[in-house]
Write a protein that binds this ligand. Sequence first.
Ligand code: HEC
Length: 94
Amino acid sequence: MTSKPVTPRVTSLSGKGKMTYYGVCSGCHSYSTRLIGPPVNVIQALYKDNPKGIAEFIANPTHKREDYPEMPPQNYLSEETRVAVAEYMLTLKK
Ligand code: HEC
């Protein structure tokens, strides 16, 4: 038996963003091809320096594009997670 206290695992925010992106968003968004949702490079052009804008949109999406279905709300994610995934999405390069 070890007597050392177990140190809690620290999940960094960017790690959380990445996990959420690949676990949730990448099913409908890819970097440069159209899936269910618009490509990430299109989203990056719209939300360049505005991760908060993405975090707000995904909590309560509005139907914007005629040629796409409506995005389901991701409001089960905490605000912190929504900002983290938005920031991660904006850093993707491929
Ligand atoms: C079930 C499929 C689906 C999932 C999962 C999904 N999206 Fe979407 N997303 C869409 C669709 C469809 C649209 C286009 C909606 C429209 O334009 O009306 C969209 C649009 C968007 C937009 C564009 C907003 C705008 O103002 O034009 C952003 C940003 C976005 N998604 C981010 C995310 C993020 C971040 C995640 C992961 C947390 C995610 N999406 C998960 C389907 C999805």
